[in-house]
Design a protein around this ligand. Sequence first.
Ligand code: BG6
Length: 493
Amino acid sequence: MSSYHFVIFGGTGDLARRKLLPAFYDLLSGNLLPEDFKIISIGRRFRVKDEYLSALLPFIKNNIRYSFEEKNWEILRDSIVYLQMDIEEEQGYDKLKNILQKKESQRIFYMALAPHFFEPVVEHLDEKGLVENQAGMSRLVIEKPFGSDFPSARKLNNKISSVFPEENIYRIDHYLGKEMLQNILVIRFANMFFEPLWNRKYIDNIQIVSTETTGVGDRGEYYDQSGVVRDMVQNHMLQLLTITAMEPPVNMDADSIRSEKVKVLKSLKKIDENNIQQYTVRGQYGSGSVNGEEVRSYKKEDGVADDSTTETFAALKLFIDSLRWQGVPFYLKSGKRLSEKLTQITVEFKKQFHPYYQKEHPDLNPDLLVIRIQPRESVFFQFNAKEPGPQQSIVSEQMDFCQNCDPHSSTPGAYERLIRDLFAGDSTLFTRWDEVEYSWKFVDSIISAWQEQKLEFPNYKAGSEGPAAAQKMLKKDGRKWWQINPDTTGGNL
Ligand code: BG6
């Protein structure tokens, strides 16, 4: 039986308290944790374990999906070792070594920290000889952001890979832990009626949208150095794109899947100063009203510069230079303070009707397949059918398979899945270095071309659909963004 030490650097931070430890509680409730494990939670804020636990408890109660039970909390509590240490000082690592040496175990080091600490912590772990023991090489888990551009990501990668081999490095993109994202593979490759149509012959365009109603909250300082392209596109959005567009992997193991994803990233048509105008729209929110609440503009958020030119919205038109996708636009849209929280992929099929329908019903809607990632987790179809009755009317019909609409259903959170995979040593849902490399190279070129463009910000109101230019970009192509969200529209387009 294996034994594990799960070490969380940043154990008192937001991520650990809101996501990681509640996920541990849920895994425990579902009986999905290894029998022999200890969580070593490292922080500076609290002196002793009891203080740490009292502050942690409300976060657990508010962020779990199972109901709270004292007996599970006791088990979790007993499995936590709290270590107060300053991660910049050597002595702390000696204390950590003492704890770890009490038992031979598979060690998992989780960096739930501000990114500038990643390299120094890895250095200390290496210097103190904590990385390898008789149970083997430890695993290193790195949260995003993995660098802020390609050169900084490469520097970070050189450092960590001088200590950990690639197969023991787990780069987190929490979107990969979302149930419906994993479902894309099943939908595409375990059904006869999608894959034969999944190419430029039958698909007109694909829209990948991930919008939020929230602003930057208390992360203004980080966000102002980042913007939506670094924060959402380089990672989550490009992951959605690669899974949607990749070729069938020869196998469903981590490397086969990740190799196919990399091929998509390598085939993306470059966006630079020559085509930036045509292929991108960016925006920044002004004040406005979101869900009935008046909110301030981006520039007035805490930590944001008064004259900030950081983008909080981006719409992109991408092309993949491959046999399968030649000429098919992939439209991506992401932003903060928009009208709804929604992540979904819409596949719009080409219109190819019988000549009779082309003549008599020229305005028929195209067929659509919508894979909804969140908040609704569903697969939605729109197709044409005859309206019952003597007249020859055709209407759009919609079918919706929703897997989280039943109030008794409860989908595992992304971190539950990812933590389980960390214990199991399965890296399929973590990004390999070359995925990070090519996605940074792609977005760096966009960001640098934007620097030449002067725009007046803000250019969209909080609570709106984003800048008007994003609608125009599709209109020019004779298309539109599909707004299909049955939670708000009752399924109507
Ligand atoms: C994070 C970004 O990676 O993803 C945030 O840094 C964003 O800015 C968040 O709000 C969105 O995640 P989710 O799971 O709420 O869609």
